[in-house]
Design a protein around this ligand. Structure first.
Ligand SMILES: [Zn+2]
Length: 434
C-alpha cells in the first residue's frame, strides 16, 4: 500500500482515539494512542521507549520515543516530534463526529487533523514505507510522540526532558508543529517555517470583596472590582515591536507583494492572507481573559471573583510584561502565575533550513520559504532546555481558499487529502536525505 494511503489510514486511526486534554492533569485516551504508536513502531522493527508521568488521582501520561538509526553516525541526530493529545471538541458544534476519523469531501475530518495527528501520521507512514523498502536515513532520526502538549507539556515533553534527557543525546535540532503550511502572496506560494515562539504566561486574577445579601448596598463587590480590572487590562494597546524574525518576515512579504516595507506592520501582516491571524499576533504581546469564575447564587454577593488570563509576551519579555500587568491592576487584584514558559527565536539559516528549502524546491518548484514567529507555544519550549534548536515544519501545500490557521483548535478541523499526500512526500524526502 502506498504511503499516502497509509498516512490517511493512520491519521483516521489516531483521530479515533479521543485524546482530549482538559488541562491540570485531566485527560483521556493518551495511553491507548501511545499503545497504538508503540505497537506500530515495534511492528516495523524499532524499539520504542515509553516515559510515563504518573501522579495520584491522575491518568498516566505516556510519551513514546524511538531511534531510527541512520547510515552515517558522524552526523548529529535530528529529533522529529509530535504530540498525541488534542484540545477537547464539542461534538454538537461540529458537522461530523470529531472523533470518528471521517473522510469526506477530499478531507480527513476530526480533532487533531491539523494539530497535530497529521504530522504524527505522515512521520509514521514515512518510517514504515522506508523500512519496508529497505531505505535508511543518513542521520539517525529520533522520533518522539509526547503527551500533554495542549496543557504546556508539564506531564509530557517537560517531564521527558527532566527524566530522560539521555534519549536526546547528540540532538541539536528538531522539527515539529505549526509551520510548513503554504500561503499565497501575490500569486507566489510561500511556506511558513516557524523559527521561534512567543512566551506564555497563564495568570490567575483574584479580587476579594465583602460577601453578603444581594439586596444590600455593597460598595465592596468582588465581581465589580474584577470587572473593572479586566476592562482596564482589555483596553491596553500593547506596542508593536519587531523582532529579528518578524522584521525579516515582513521585509520578505513586502518584497514578494511589491509593497513598502516601512508600512504599518499589521498592514503588511494582512497580506499573508489566512496566516495573518498568526503573523499579526506575533508582532506584539497579547493579553486575553479566557475564563471568569464568581458567585453561586442569584441573591448572594460572593466574597471573591477570579479570571484566567492568557498572556503571550514577545520573546524575552515575560518579566517586564508581568510587572506592567501588576502595576496596571494595582494592589486590589491578586495576580498569581499558573504557567510561565519562555519565548525564543533562532536564526533562519543553517543546514536544516537549507535542507527544508531544497526539498520544497524539488516538490514545489518556484515556491519560497519564510521564517515566522509562532504566537503560541509548542513542545520546542521544553526541548529548548536541552539547547535543541526547534523549527516548526509540517509541510502542507494547502488550497488558497482553505483557512488553514483557522483549523487549529477550530470547529470542523480537517486537512485536505492532497495536502497530506504532498506533506508525506516532502517529509520522506527530507528525513531520508538530510
Ligand atoms: Zn499542537
Amino acid at each position: 500500500m502506498n504511503a499516502t494511503t497509509r498516512t490517511v489510514e493512520i491519521l483516521a486511526d489516531l483521530i479515533r482515539f479521543d485524546t482530549s486534554n482538559f488541562g491540570n492533569g485531566r485527560a483521556t485516551g493518551e495511553s491507548e494512542a501511545a499503545e497504538y504508536v508503540v505497537a506500530f513502531l515495534e511492528r516495523i522493527g524499532l524499539e520504542p521507549t515509553i516515559v510515563t508521568h504518573t501522579a495520584a488521582g491522575e491518568p498516566d501520561r505516556p510519551s513514546v520515543i524511538a531511534r531510527w538509526e541512520g547510515t552515517d553516525q558522524s552526523l548529529p541526530p535530528l529529533l522529529v516530534h509530535g504530540h498525541l493529545d488534542v484540545v477537547p471538541a464539542k461534538a454538537e458544534e461540529w458537522s461530523v463526529d470529531p472523533f470518528a476519523g471521517v473522510i469526506s469531501d477530499g478531507c480527513v475530518w476530526g480533532r487533531g487533523a491539523v494539530d497535530m495527528k497529521d504530522m504524527d501520521a505522515m512521520v509514521l507512514a514515512t518510517v514504515e514505507d522506508a523500512i519496508e523498502r529497505g531505505a535508511r536515513p543518513r542521520r539517525t532520526i529520533v522520533l518522539a510522540f509526547f503527551a500533554d502538549e495542549e496543557a504546556g507539556g508539564v506531564r509530557g515533553s517537560h517531564h521527558v526532558v527532566t527524566e530522560r534527557p539521555d534519549l536526546f543525546d547528540g540532538v541539536q535540532q528538531a522539527l515539529s508543529e505549526v509551520g510548513g503550511y503554504s500561503v499565497t502572496l501575490s500569486g507566489k506560494r510561500a511556506y511558513m517555517i516557524q523559527t521561534g515562539e512567543k512566551g506564555l504566561m497563564w495568570l490567575r486574577l483574584t479580587a476579594q470583596g465583602r460577601a453578603g445579601h444581594g439586596s444590600h448596598v455593597n460598595h465592596d463587590n468582588a465581581i465589580v472590582k474584577l470587572a473593572r480590572a479586566l476592562v482596564s487590562l482589555g483596553d491596553v494597546e500593547w506596542p508593536v515591536e519587531l523582532t529579528p524574525t518578524t522584521r525579516l518576515l515582513l521585509d520578505e512579504v513586502a518584497r514578494l507583494t511589491g509593497s513598502d516595507p516601512a508600512e504599518d506592520p499589521h498592514v503588511i501582516g494582512d497580506r499573508t492572507g489566512f496566516a495573518a491571524r498568526f503573523v499579526n499576533a506575533s508582532l506584539q504581546t497579547t493579553v486575553n481573559p479566557t475564563v471568569l469564575d464568581a458567585g453561586y447564587k442569584h441573591n448572594v454577593v460572593p466574597q471573591s471573583a477570579t479570571a484566567l488570563i492568557d498572556v503571550r509576551p514577545l520573546p524575552g519579555q515575560n518579566v517586564d510584561v508581568l510587572a506592567s500587568i501588576r502595576e496596571l491592576l494595582g494592589p486590589d487584584i491578586e495576580v498569581s502565575v499558573d504557567v510561565d514558559d519562555i519565548g525564543f527565536e533562532t536564526t533562519f539559516d543553517g543546514d536544516l533550513v537549507d535542507a527544508i528549502a531544497g526539498v520544497l524546491a524539488r516538490h514545489d518548484p518556484g515556491s519560497v520559504c519564510l521564517p515566522y514567529l509562532l504566537s503560541a507555544g509548542t513542545d520546542n519550549k521544553a526541548l529548548q532546555r536541552l539547547g535543541i534548536r526547534g523549527f516548526g515544519f509540517v509541510p502542507l501545500r494547502v488550497p488558497d481558499s482553505f483557512d488553514f490557521p483557522g483549523m487549529f483548535h477550530g470547529v470542523d478541523e480537517r486537512v485536505p487529502l492532497e495536502s497530506l499526500e504532498f506533506g508525506q512526500k516532502v517529509i520522506s524526502d527530507l528525513l531520508l536525505t538530510y
